[in-house]
Every structure is written in C-alpha cells, then in structure tokens.
Design a protein around this ligand. Structure first.
Ligand SMILES: [Zn+2]
Ligand SMILES: [Zn+2]
Length: 258
C-alpha cells in the first residue's frame, strides 16, 4: 500500500505533530511501499495568490526536499510532491517551468471552502456548484504536469448539503469526467478524508462515482491527506479496503511504478 498525499508543518493548515520526525516512525510502522509528501503550494511566478497561499511558495515547500533523506521511512520509497491549487479558467498555482522540481503534482478541483478564490463567493445553487466541479475537473485533465486529481467531488465547503449535492450528479456527469481523466491519464485519488467527512449515505454516493471511475478505465491512488502523523495510527486500512472492494477497485502498491 501507499500514501502520496501527506502534509507536513510547512502547510499552514497542518496540525501539531506534522514534522518529518513525527511521520517517519509512523510510516515505518505502517510498512508502506511508497509514500509522498504534498504540501499546499502557490508558486510566486503565478499572480493572484490568496493571502493564505502567498507564503506557501516554491522556496517554502522546497525546504522539505533535502530533509527527506535524513529520515528512515522503512520499506517506503519516498517521493517529493506538492498539492497546488486550481481556481478555474485555466489558472493553476504552479508555473510549468517549475513543475520539474517535484516528483509529482496533485491538483484539487474543488477546494470550495475557499469562497471568493476557488469559486465565486455567492455560489449557493447546487446545480451551479455541480457544474463548476465538473468544469474544474475537466480543465485539470488538460494540465500536462498534473499527475492526479485529489479528493474529487468531495463536497468541501458544502458539507451540510453533501448528500443532496452528490445525489444530484447524474451517472453521465461522472462518466464524462472520468472518461476524460482516463483518456488524459490523470490519476484519481481515493482520499481517506471521505471516511472522516462523509456520512453513510454520502459514502454510498461516493461509491457510485468511484465505481463509475473504475468502469471508465481510470487509474487510482490513495492519500490520507494527513495533517499530522496520528492519522497513521488510526486504523483506516479496513475502511479503505472495504470501500475499494465494493467499487471493484484495485490499488497499486506504488502508483508511480504501476
Ligand atoms: Zn486538498
Ligand atoms: Zn491535501
């Protein structure tokens, strides 16, 4: 198993206990095949950073790269990545010239908790929210350097209406998105936050969309989206296994090699 979506203390939203010295023993114990760190990033070469993103630029997130070799992650092959941002109209928070600094780049289509930045402040009608989620998803598939889309269709910013939001997507909406992702070879994340944020009914909807993604030929990876090392000590392995089994999904040991 692998986990390529881990935040350290370099991410402004990280919790205490998110230093590499916290993660290394937890990851070693978890016996992973591959592990990847992906802090939030907005490249200063791209105008328009929000106040929250501005300090989290290339120089900032690169601090981790050299530190990684100082820690023992056991069996895990270690990758240095980032989670940049997508705000629509083709604007992604990383300049293509800097993409080569990272082993891989994750892009979130729906950080919709950042109202007024990733989506209009007054976006309240659920059909419009769905439409924007679909648009962002499809547009990210056209970003050459994007390895994968993280937490697709998780109703961030719309948690209270999550069930209605997810239920309102037609199978064809998901098919359109996931067929395009498969065609463009963009990987789809099974983000462990679904077990924290989605209730049983919402999880059922989420199974529907991930099953469609599998049928459309998508390839998958998993990410804990950890903001502290304690996540590795919670037993999410069974939840994840049950979920992917129900969807008919098989996760690779290492998404970068298979
Ligand atoms: Zn995210
Ligand atoms: Zn994240």
């Amino acid at each position: 198993m692998h986990d390529i979506h881990i935040h350290t203390s370099l991410s402004s939203c990280a919790d205490p206990g998110s230093e590499l010295s916290d993660y290394a023993p937890a990851i070693k114990e978890a016996n992973l095949s591959a592990v990847g760190f992906a802090n939030h990033l907005w490249d200063s070469a791209i105008p328009g950073a929000s106040d929250w993103y501005r300090p989290q630029n290339i120089e900032h997130v690169m601090q981790l790269k050299n530190q990684l070799k100082n820690y023992d992650f056991g069996s895990a092959k270690v990758y240095f990545g980032c989670e940049t941002e997508y705000i629509g109209n083709g604007v992604v928070g990383l300049h293509p010239d800097n993409a080569g600094l990272f082993d891989y780049i994750l892009v979130p289509p729906n950080h919709f908790h950042m109202a007024g930045f990733t989506r209009p402040e007054n976006l309240t009608a659920l059909p419009d929210v769905r439409q924007l989620m679909i648009e962002h998803f499809l547009e990210i598939c056209d970003i050459d350097f994007a390895f994968g889309l993280v937490h697709p269709f998780v109703p961030l910013g719309y948690e209270d209406q999550g069930q209605e939001l997810l239920h309102g997507f037609k199978d064809e909406d998901f098919e359109k998105c996931f067929k395009y992702a498969a065609k463009k070879d963009k990987r789809i994340e099974i983000n462990l936050c679904i077990f924290r944020h989605l209730d049983r009914v919402q999880l059922k909807e989420y199974k529907r969309l991930m099953t469609i993604a599998r049928i459309c030929g998508c390839k998958f990876f998993s990410g804990s989206d950890s903001h502290c090392a304690d996540v590795f000590r919670q037993d999410t392995g069974k939840l994840l296994n049950d979920f992917i089994t129900d969807c008919g999904i098989v996760l690779p040991d290492n998404p970068f090699t298979n």
